[in-house]
Write a protein that binds this ligand. Structure first.
Ligand code: FES
Length: 101
């Protein structure tokens, strides 16, 4: 599967959370301690931009109605069926890359 650069590791170390646009899709990239994870960036509730919300530990909080998602597993604490897709992440120097289909 192709790898796509979605973020800079230095930027994630500074801000902890960012997003990458891929056409109509968004990916939220989160730093949890020393690990970097990537999940779908559109909230399954009503399409809120998750990376414009807040990151509390490993929980990503949607800015629109505050649903929370685990950015490691993609799981929602509110509605188990609303699980986010997760993407495998590779770090190469300062480049943060994800595998896309
Ligand atoms: S759009 Fe995300 S919680 Fe409603």
């Amino acid at each position: 599967m192709p790898l796509v650069k979605v973020a800079s590791r230095a930027m994630l170390e500074r801000f902890g959370l960012t997003e990458h646009l891929m056409g109509d899709d968004r990916v939220a990239i989160c730093r949890v301690g020393t690990e970097i994870h990537a999940v779908d960036g559109l909230c399954p509730h009503r399409g809120g931009p998750l990376a414009q919300g807040a990151l509390h530990g490993r929980m990503l909080v949607c800015p629109w109605h505050a649903w929370e998602f685990d950015c490691v597993t993609g799981e929602s604490d509110f509605l188990p069926a609303a699980k986010l897709k997760t993407y495998p992440v590779t770090v190469d120097g300062d480049d943060v890359l994800i595998e896309i289909e």
